[in-house]
Design a binder for this molecule. Structure first.
Ligand code: UD1
Ligand code: CA
Length: 455
């Protein structure tokens, strides 16, 4: 929206979080509160976004990587109106300004578009809501005849009658910039908190005969703020429940929607099944009929159709092909690519390796910096020794190789196509194709040997 400025108020200390981290940097679903608000604001394609931050909160500024933002320091903090005054020189002369809060992370772009549609007609538009318990909130005061909004009275400044009003100010509002430039300098701090209340512009507007619109959030949780860890945890659950419901509606089977955590984006094909206590981080894409067992963690992973991930597997920055079976207890580390029909079993760790179709690494192995061909069988306990303490080296295992159990492959080394390695070997030299290679000493039994006895 060409005409739109967004101001995000984020100067608060967040004392009740009892944390050294500024409040708006606490994370919800793997992303900071402020980033949630910024991402939503960006969906509106605003001309400018201003973030008002507090003294001592440079950490906030440093934590957010975004070239286009205008950062405005507010020091001291004398109220929400005062916060906007600091940003005023940066605002356009025309168009409108949307006020958002760095600690109100779940506001939706749909609700904001609704609010803006009222404001686009040139009116001051408030996002208001009915609250069963309005304590703590500013009350929306309407005139008795026409029911027009005439003021917002802060909780601490209410009289007995005003305390009973159930329509509350969520804080979010859209203000025509011409008016903002005119009204903000008129604010005074003659109230119980000695603060410059942004909400006082409502009475100024009403006195000037301006029409004041009210829009309402699609869901009440959208406007809930975070002031404590208790509220943060509650909002996290709200977010996760909503995400899980969206997945269920798309046809994903979640064994228990209250025990699925999405900290990023989860894209699923048809008939995907996810068992309990799985965490999905970053961007995860699951193809048709993929099954994820209980207690798996997947971060930035793409898994193709028909693959099953068995319980307690940890997979990060990796691609997995069709009809594979991974786990239980597998660890797939960054830079790994598995082709189709691959079996990775328990206590197998794979790092920065590509493994071609039909290969099996079923038990207790470490495969790192390796290229593994098709139909390779890696025996239990096989290790690529890829590191000499300083440098990393590559292991190449070609097609149709069979590696016996408990083998060490000392990189750089190539196991040539079709070779077989005898169990318990330490391989330091490239092998010959189609041959059996082994490096262990011959078994012998010593006659006349006796177990030591106690003296
Ligand atoms: C504010 C509204 C109130 C509304 C409520 C909704 C005002 C005067 N009151 O009250 O009508 O019902 O929100 O939650 O606006 N902030 C700054 N700089 C400041 C003061 C505040 O950046 O100088 C930020 C805070 O970090 C916070 C937000 O603005 O994120 C709201 O400030 P707060 O003091 O908590 O206002 P409330 O008393 O909750
Ligand atoms: Ca508040």
């Amino acid at each position: 929206m060409k005409e739109l400025n967004v101001i995000i108020l984020a100067a608060g200390l967040g004392k009740r979080m009892n944390s050294s981290l500024p409040k708006v940097l606490h994370s919800l679903a793997g992303k900071s509160l402020l980033s949630h608000v910024l991402d939503t604001a960006n969906l509106l394609l605003p001309h400018k976004i201003c973030v008002v931050y507090g003294h001592g909160n440079d950490a906030v500024r440093n934590a957010i990587v975004n070239d286009g933002l205008i950062w405005v320091k507010q020091k001291p903090q004398l109220g929400t109106g005062h916060a906007l005054m600091q940003a005023l020189p940066h605002l356009d002369k025309k168009g409108l300004t949307l006020v958002l809060y760095g600690d109100v992370p779940l506001i939706s772009s749909e609700t904001l578009k609704e609010l803006l549609s009222d404001s686009l007609k040139g009116n001051l538009a408030l996002l208001t809501m009915r609250a069963d318990d309005p304590t703590g909130y500013g009350r929306i005061v309407r005139d008795t005849e026409a029911n027009n909004i005439i003021a917002i009275v802060e909780d601490k400044d209410t009289n007995k009658d005003q305390q009973k009003i159930k329509e509350i100010n969520t804080g979010i509002m859209a203000i025509p910039n011409v008016n903002l430039h005119e009204w903000l300098p008129k604010l005074q701090n003659k109230n119980s908190q000695k603060e410059y209340y942004l909400t006082d512009i409502v009475a100024i507007a009403a006195k000037a005969g301006e029409k004041i619109e009210a829009a309402h959030p699609s869901n009440n949780w959208e406007v809930l703020g975070v002031n404590s860890k208790v509220q943060l945890a509650a909002l996290e659950r709200t977010y996760q429940r909503n995400y899980a419901e969206k997945l269920l509606e798309q046809g994903v089977t979640l064994a228990d929607p209250s025990r699925t955590d999405i900290r990023g984006e989860l894209n699923c094909g048809r008939d995907v099944e996810v068992d309990i206590n799985c965490i999905f981080e970053g961007e995860v894409k699951l193809g048709d009929e993929v099954k994820i067992g209980a207690h798996c963690i997947l971060k930035n992973v793409e898994i193709d159709a028909g693959t099953t991930i068995l319980p307690f597997s940890l997979i990060e920055d990796a691609g997995i092909g069709k009809n594979c079976r991974v786990g239980p207890f597998s660890r797939i580390r960054p830079g790994t690519n598995l082709a189709d029909e691959i079996h990775i079993g328990n206590f197998v760790e794979i790092k920065k390796s590509s493994i071609n179709s039909g290969s099996k690494i079923n038990h207790l192995s470490y495969i790192g910096d390796a290229t593994v061909g098709k139909k390779v069988n890696v025996g239990a306990g096989t290790i690529t020794c890829n590191y000499d303490g300083v440098n990393k080296f590559q292991t190449i295992i070609e097609d149709d190789v069979f590696i016996g159990s408990d083998t060490q492959l000392i990189a750089p080394v190539k196991i040539t196509s079709g070779s077989t390695i005898g169990a318990g070997s330490t391989i330091t030299v490239d092998t010959l194709p189609e041959k059996l290679t082994l490096s262990r000493s011959k078994q012998r039994s010593i006659t006349g040997w006796k177990r030591p006895a106690k003296k």
